[in-house]
Design a protein around this ligand. Structure first.
Ligand code: SF4
Length: 284
């Protein structure tokens, strides 16, 4: 089957953006596009990260610990590297991808702002669908709905939307560059309506201000599967300047292990299916 060229293919011959939003964009070749999965993701065959770095810049992001330089870590959220040879690498891979399980993405968000400009993920999806891969997509971005036509081509696919709180106040402190909570819920509801398998991942679960209203909003998406995981302030990695406001908010809202457990128990009583931790991230 012929693959429609996406905007990334087209952009190879046109000037590439050097800045999108507050993030500096650079372009580097990568040794590979699929990485053998390990650790938390070891239930998968591969992870796929089209970008290095993430302009969503969540203050607690563990991926910031895996970067090459201290400068990159300290400026997490302000830079993104595009794997400029990602399409060629995937296209030329000889490995049979039929029924191989792939998690996109483990250390970046595939649908961050730069993707809207480049369309790299869109082109990667067309190849993965054609080659019969089994895909799980993890994002915080409504942009995922742009590619519903491609997701419909997969035999096995799941889209996970991360929603960490009901509160825009909490979201702005921990995830200041991420899309608002309501936009994420609307997007995953659209995925659900398109009959693409999907989940909402409450990971990490940040302070929730009104648990009952939150549960109602989650159920209104008509998503059936939810995953929750705790946020540990003492283990969280806050980027410079956010630690104090974040910790103060956690203290104000009394968000500790007891509050987490109480919130999870109330959500579990209402949500159709709530898995906890790694079990909820297994391949489809
Ligand atoms: S969206 Fe994901 S990868 Fe990006 S900063 Fe937030 S936690 Fe990290």
């Amino acid at each position: 089957m012929m693959r429609e060229p996406g905007p990334f293919s087209d952009s190879l011959s046109t000037p590439q953006p050097e800045r999108v939003g507050r993030a500096a964009i650079s372009y580097r070749p990568s040794a590979s596009i699929l990485t053998r999965a390990s650790g938390f993701m070891s239930d998968y065959d591969y992870t796929l990260n089209p970008y290095v770095g993430c302009a969503f810049g969540c203050t607690y992001c563990y991926a910031a610990s895996f970067v090459r330089t201290l400068d990159q870590r300290d400026h997490w959220g302000e830079w993104v590297e595009v794997k400029e040879n990602a399409l060629a690498k995937l296209r030329n891979m000889r490995t049979d991808l039929r029924d191989k399980t792939i998690y996109m993405s483990s250390v970046t968000d595939p649908y961050q702002l730069v993707e809207r400009r480049l369309g790299l993920v869109r082109d990667l999806l067309a190849i993965l669908a054609e080659r019969g891969a089994r895909l799980v997509v993890q994002t915080r971005s409504p942009l995922v709905t742009r590619d519903l036509d491609l997701y419909a081509r997969f035999t096995h696919v799941r889209i996970n939307m991360t929603v960490t709180t009901d509160s825009e106040r909490v979201r702005r402190i921990f995830e200041p560059q991420c899309p608002p909570n309501a936009a994420r819920l609307n997007a995953i509801a659209a995925v659900c309506r398109a009959n693409i398998p999907c989940s909402i991942t409450l990971t990490p679960l940040l302070p929730v201000e009104d648990v009952d209203a939150f549960a109602t909003a989650l159920c209104a998406t008509e998503v059936d599967d939810f995953v929750v995981q705790p946020f540990h302030a003492e283990r969280g990695r806050f980027v410079a300047g956010t630690r104090e406001p974040a910790l103060a908010l956690i203290r104000d809202l009394g968000w500790d292990h007891v509050a987490y457990r109480r919130t999870v128990d109330r959500l579990r009583a209402v949500l159709p299916h709530l898995a906890e931790g790694r079990a909820g991230f297994r391949p489809q």
